[in-house]
Design a protein around this ligand. Structure first.
Ligand SMILES: *Cc1c(COP(=O)(O)O)cnc(C)c1O
Length: 379
């Protein structure tokens, strides 16, 4: 049912698209909303073509149990994370807990901020699958942390982190939690976490257009502000800039408004499809794909076969040059009209010994596309 609705909403989805975690296929209505907005900007004037995104902001925030005023739209997940962490006035010497599975750009940002502000980055304990160990987090919190940053679902590994448990522990300890939901909104339930802030992106599982990222900050405090104040999100308080209430402080007035309009449609479509039905369908596809592909041609799944996610990573056969094997498999798949991702080591340098192939089906994926990929890998 979900599969049919997903496909019906896309009159020309490319066949063999198995890269939802990289860049998904927007629906016809999403695409139309972008084009329609650009047309109105031209015909009525850019500033006159304003679009009301309140319903979309509410629906997006609801995925985290938050409200529309907690949402800020930015240009990417990376830009959203930089806006959030870059301006957060943590005391010098603050201790920030992260796992080795953290996203490459976030680690780069944290290292830069650590150098500038003398923050200490602490490695949170994980198991062999790089899954956060809640007891280890509890000990780290007891030892003193000022912030925890966690990717709910990493980009390079199809595991689902115990976010609700992490949220509970951080709240009990009074330590803010930033949850990166770039790979989980539209894919895996992110409700009940109670994080201070969520960082996400449009084009992946929510199937919005490129060029939109978002912040949801239900736990906003006075020491949280953007690194670069701007007239869109700030007012003059005498000679000093003062942030607007809520998440508005993180938004700039200029941006890809047409893409935001398209993203709004994509979010409302996700809600109409039913997030829990989408999650269930994706989990089922991920498990099915791993059971089919694990072991074929010597490729091995990089996460437990039954992990309830639709990110399926495959490690190259032993003996092969890993980078060359991944690139070769990706291009042979492309030749058969199958689009899969290749994840380079830099995506998670502390966690990824070699590049991996990434298969990420969308709810509309057909079984025959997975079988076609299996034939490619079997050679
Ligand atoms: C894609 C991704 C990001 C960054 O999002 P962009 O929109 O590409 O900047 C951050 N974290 C994770 C886990 C991601 O998969």
């Amino acid at each position: 049912m979900i599969a049919e609705s997903w496909r019906a909403a896309r009159s020309c989805a490319p066949p063999g698209h198995l890269d939802a975690a990289g860049c998904n296929v927007p629906s016809d209505r999403t695409l139309d909303a972008v084009v329609e907005h650009l047309r109105r900007e031209r015909e009525t004037g850019g500033y006159q073509a304003a679009t009301d995104l309140h319903a979309a902001r509410s629906a997006l925030a609801a995925l985290a149990g938050a409200a529309a005023a907690d949402v800020a739209l930015l240009e990417s997940g990376t830009a959203a994370m930089a806006a959030l962490l870059g301006g957060w006035r943590l005391p010098p010497g603050s201790r920030i807990g992260v796992t080795r599975a953290e996203y490459g750009s976030t680690l780069m940002l944290l290292r830069r901020l650590a150098r500038l502000h003398d923050y200490k980055l602490l490695d949170l304990p994980v198991d062999d699958d790089s899954r956060l160990d809640p007891d280890g987090l509890a000990s780290a919190l007891a030892g003193g942390l000022d912030l925890v940053v966690l990717s709910h679902v990493p980009s390079h590994r199809g595991i689902v982190q115990p976010a609700a448990e992490a949220g509970r522990l951080c709240r009990a300890a009074g330590v803010p939690l930033v949850l990166d939901v770039c790979q989980s909104f539209g894919h895996v339930d992110a409700g009940g976490v109670g994080a201070t802030a969520y960082v996400g992106t449009s084009r992946k599982w929510l199937a919005g257009p490129r060029g939109v990222g978002f912040l949801i900050v239900p736990g906003l405090t006075a020491d949280m502000d953007t690194a670069a104040p701007a007239l869109g999100g700030h007012v003059w308080a005498g000679e000093e800039p003062s942030p607007l209430p809520g998440a508005a402080r993180y938004e700039t007035s200029e941006g890809p408004i047409a893409a935001r309009a398209g993203f709004g449609v994509a979010v409302l479509e996700h809600r109409a499809l039913g997030p829990s039905a989408v999650h269930a369908r994706l989990a089922e596809l991920g498990v099915r794909a791993r059971r089919l592909l694990d072991g074929i041609g010597g490729w091995r799944a990089g996460e437990p076969l039954d992990e309830p996610s639709a990110i399926v990573t495959l490690r190259p056969p032993p003996g092969a040059d890993p980078a060359a094997a991944v690139e070769d498999a990706r291009s042979r798949a492309a030749h058969e009209s199958i689009l899969v991702g290749a994840v380079p080591v830099g995506r998670a340098p502390a966690d990824l010994p070699t590049p991996v192939l990434r298969i990420s089906p969308s709810p509309g994926t057909r079984q025959e596309d997975l079988h076609a990929l299996a034939r490619v890998l079997d050679r």
